[in-house]
Design a protein around this ligand. Structure first.
Ligand SMILES: O=P(O)(O)OC[C@H]1O[C@H](O[C@H]2O[C@H](CO)[C@@H](O)[C@H](O)[C@H]2O)[C@H](O)[C@@H](O)[C@@H]1O
Length: 376
């Protein structure tokens, strides 16, 4: 892969800048070749591919039930406590943490593995920087978390990688010095504020799904109409993708809501479904996800084929697994899953909740400051 930029056109014929490797990854079947050198963090992983929920016209009821079961399994209704309650929960939890230890308890091993390399930080938003709340418009991040992210960005190039629309996630984070990859990586922008990592000759702007915007708008309007009678349902327009929220819907109506999604999607074979935390996400069938966005950003930062980079990706969602898998396949850096409950994951380490993410970022900044002082 090279770090050379090329111009391609979006649907409106506007020139946008993409790197050669990103263009290749987007339009070909092949995934960029995994790196075999420069491995960093430990990888105790259970191989797992993110579930892409298939849309078919037959067996609709079975399909809808499978989605609902999958939504339930991936987003436990209530976590009573951070610590497991029953003996079997304790056994499950303990064996899971052997394979995915806490990033706080493994802090020294992590920083040792990163020595001599540039840490690049990738942060998911919902459930990672902000706690999960019922109203998606109120998922604010605390000022302490903002400060922790700002401090981290002083030492490490930092990107927010979110399923949200880029403008929306920017309005929550409000830090101009970061990279933002909104709509599951389908809308990437570099820092707007001066940053020591920004390369002005290489404006990062990438929107691989722009031709889908009219279709997404159409589906958004149709879904709003079709789901209006389902109390608590909500459809969120994330520009290049949509989220259909189940969180405030009575579980008895989940199948009805999922059925509406299925019926609408039957008309759009160029769209696919993925799922997050009590949410079904509708997005274009292009080969682009958070993992591809991570690779694109690394390349834009000049680390396409470098052994001197140590990417750290922190996320809580199934869609973050694409990025964890990229890091595992590259054997570079590591993923950290934010979760209080055992989950299948390609992440190497875990943190329990956003408060721990903040502590981890603070500790990393403190460690970096100290090691810089010792060097000078
Ligand atoms: O990639 P992310 O930044 O994690 O975004 C994924 C989805 O996050 C939001 O939904 C989730 O958080 C909401 C607020 O806490 C919560 O109400 C919802 O149940 C969660 O699924 C966002 O609203 C979605 O559009 C994103 O796709």
């Amino acid at each position: 892969m090279t770090n050379q930029n090329v111009l391609v056109s979006d649907a409106k014929g506007m020139a946008i800048t993409v790197t050669v490797a990103a263009k290749k990854a987007m339009f070909s079947q092949s995934v960029p070749k995994p790196m075999t050198e420069g491995g960093g963090g430990g990888c105790f992983t259970i191989p797992m591919n993110i579930k892409v929920l298939k849309v078919d016209t037959e067996g609709g009821a079975a399909r809808v039930n499978a989605w609902v079961d999958s939504l339930r399994a991936s987003s436990p209704t209530r976590v009573k406590s951070a610590t497991p309650q029953s003996l079997s929960e304790t056994v499950d939890y303990n064996s899971w943490t052997i394979h995915h230890p806490s990033a706080m308890s493994m802090f020294e091993q992590i920083t040792n593995a990163s020595k001599g390399k540039q840490i690049v930080m990738f942060l998911d938003y919902d459930g990672t920087l902000s706690p999960i709340v019922e109203d998606p418009d109120s998922a604010f991040m605390s000022n302490e978390m903002r400060k922790a992210v700002r401090d981290a960005a002083r030492y490490f190039p930092t990107a927010i990688v979110s399923g949200r629309c880029r403008d929306k996630v920017y309005s929550f984070v409000q830090l101009g010095e970061l990279y933002y990859a909104g709509s599951h990586g389908m809308d990437i922008r570099g820092p707007s504020k001066s940053s020591k990592y920004k390369n002005d000759n290489q404006a990062v702007l990438f929107q691989p799904a722009s031709e889908f915007v009219p279709m997404i708008d159409e589906v958004y309007k149709t879904l709003l109409e079709k789901t209006r009678s389902i109390s608590g349902s909500r459809v969120e327009n994330n520009k290049f993708c949509l989220s259909v929220h189940f969180r405030c819907v009575d579980e008895k109506s989940w199948a009805a809501l999922a059925e509406q999604v299925r019926l609408v999607l039957n008309e759009y074979p160029k769209l696919r479904l993925t799922q997050g935390r009590k949410v079904l996400e509708i997005r274009p069938t292009i080969k682009w996800d958070k993992g591809k966005a991570l690779e694109f950003l690394l390349e834009s930062l000049g680390y396409a084929n470098s052994n001197e980079v140590f990417p750290v990706y922190i996320g809580d969602d199934r869609t973050d697994e694409d990025a964890f898998k990229v890091l595992r396949d590259r054997g570079q850096g590591f993923g950290i899953l934010v979760s209080k409950v055992p989950k299948e994951t390609n992440a190497s380490y875990t943190l329990q909740e956003p408060a721990e993410v903040k502590d981890f970022l603070r500790r990393l900044v403190k460690w970096k400051r100290l090691s810089n002082q010792q060097r000078n």
